[in-house]
Design a protein around this ligand. Structure first.
Ligand SMILES: [Zn+2]
Length: 483
């Protein structure tokens, strides 16, 4: 009995140290789970990324400078009063996103000289939505009380910790060992709790039926859920992941079944309530570590297709971006007792063979958020290409002030994607009452014709276009992919 008790205390201590020291982005664990249930998903992400990279290179010189505005809805899902975060805290988070994605952050100048040349401005403006999917005015914030104590509802077993220490070692003073233990324990727990469609307990926050809040149209809004993601181990609540997001997949270009059928209902960003906003007054166990709102910046980077600059592996792993140096993920960020100063990180170079030190300044690294201050030009190129491609539904809103949900439901366009003709089917309305306007994703009109049953797009360059069907009273806009 005594031995069991000692073992329990020891394992608890290991887990506590491990969780406290790990940067808590759940991206890789989440994606791995999704791939396990649908192997094609990995290829879908990779293809979307490659297309974005190609588009971003093509547009690097010709792209017009334009800030693109995206609507955000913040779903606060709370079980306790402190989880019901204030409007003020939410506004502070939106402010951080706007600064970080428009290079207006006050610490932008802190990037070391050798990286100043590659810093990029994503020119993305985040606004809380002012109109809900039904066309009603909104603050862009929803609040839902829930019985769910934590959405990181996973079972951590002693066996899993023991087996992790077997393969990772017991040197818990070593950050790499701790990270190894944590990834294995948490990864295993997530795997055990995943459902058949690949969704995990954390995805429950996205379902009203499961104690969370259903998303608003995930193609038109960035859904941002804030909730409790602490895990419970032997009655103790402890940090697990601070956030996660699904990367874009260019759905119209994929055969049926290649992308999880439920992606539309889970797409968006989830952030743990203690890591949300600036100087969160209820930061609890992670107080001081994630107080600059950059967990959300990082997760938004994932949402727009970026990977960790470490490539989640050794020096040979890559993030698909050439202007970020190779690195092995640093685990220093999560240690509250031993936070390195940014100056101390100057010499950090986990992959010396590439002649550049680690870019601890990068939002997609694992370093302390006080030292993070940049995206690179190529990262920005990827994010813009995603916004102008698979995420372009987000920029429809600003182009369609007279948007009609009824008209939306009455309209069918096929085939999509197309290499030429698109058929227009309209139920319950007279096509003759409408005009068709084709815009590129920058909002520039490329074609305007009276509405007809077929439209010919074969003279357009390959890419994403917005087909607007409307008149002076109401309209709807659809994304069409021209191959
Ligand atoms: Zn991450």
């Amino acid at each position: 009995m005594k031995r069991t008790f000692t073992l329990l205390v020891m394992l608890l201590a290991i887990l506590q140290v491990a969780t406290a020291q790990t940067h808590k982005c759940g991206q890789s664990a989440v994606i791995q789970n999704r791939i396990a249930s649908l192997p094609e998903y990995e290829a879908a992400i990779a293809k979307t990324f490659d297309t974005a990279r190609k588009n971003s290179f093509q547009k690097a010189t010709s792209r017009s400078k334009q800030v693109l505005t995206v609507p955000v809805v913040v779903h606060v899902v709370y079980n306790t009063g402190v989880q019901n975060i204030s409007d003020e805290l939410i506004h502070s988070q939106i402010d951080v996103l706007n600064k970080d994605f428009q290079r207006l952050n006050s610490d932008a100048g802190d990037a070391r000289d050798l990286f100043q040349g590659v810093t990029g401005n994503a020119e993305i403006q985040f606004v809380l939505a002012d109109t809900d999917p039904d066309g009603n005015p909104t603050t862009g914030i929803t609040r839902t009380e829930t019985d769910v104590e934590t959405f990181m509802d996973v079972e951590i077993s002693f066996e899993s910790i023991l087996s992790a220490t077997d393969s990772c070692g017991l040197d818990i003073a070593d950050p790499a060992t701790l990270n190894c233990i944590m990834e294995q324990v948490l990864g295993g727990a997530l795997e055990d709790s995943a459902e058949e469609d690949g969704s995990m307990p954390m995805d429950n926050v996205k379902s009203s039926a499961k104690g969370g809040k259903d998303p608003w149209d995930t193609e038109r809004y960035i859904n941002l859920w804030v909730c409790n993601l602490n895990m419970n181990f032997q009655g103790q609540e402890m940090p697990a992941v601070m956030g996660f997001a699904y990367p874009p997949t260019d759905a119209p270009n994929w055969p049926e079944g290649a992308i999880p059928s439920n992606i539309k209902s889970v797409d968006g960003v989830v952030v743990h309530h203690e890591a949300f906003g600036v100087d969160n007054p209820n930061a609890g166990q992670v107080g001081g570590l994630f107080n600059k709102g950059r967990t959300c910046t990082h997760e938004m980077g994932h949402y727009f297709g970026l990977r960790h600059i470490s490539g989640d592996g050794d020096c040979d792993s890559d993030d698909g971006i050439t202007d970020t140096p190779a690195e092995v993920a640093s685990q220093s960020a999560g240690d509250p007792t031993n936070q390195p100063s940014c100056e101390e990180l100057h010499t950090l170079d986990t992959c010396p063979s590439d002649d550049l030190p680690d870019m601890y300044e990068n939002f997609m690294s694992y370093n302390p958020e006080a030292c993070q201050n940049l995206f690179t030009k190529e990262q920005v190129g990827i994010m813009r290409a995603m916004l102008e491609g698979p995420r372009s539904g987000l920029i429809l809103q600003q182009l369609t002030s007279t948007h009609s949900t009824e008209l939306d439901q009455a309209l069918t366009l096929f085939p999509n994607p197309t290499s030429g003709e698109v058929n227009v089917q309209l139920t319950g309305y007279d096509l003759n009452d409408f005009e068709l306007t084709i815009q590129n994703v920058m909002g520039q009109e490329v074609l305007s014709i009276p509405a007809t049953r077929t439209i010919d797009l074969q003279n357009l360059e390959a890419g994403i276009y917005l087909v607007r069907l409307g008149n002076d009273k109401f309209s709807t806009t659809r994304k069409v992919s021209v191959l």
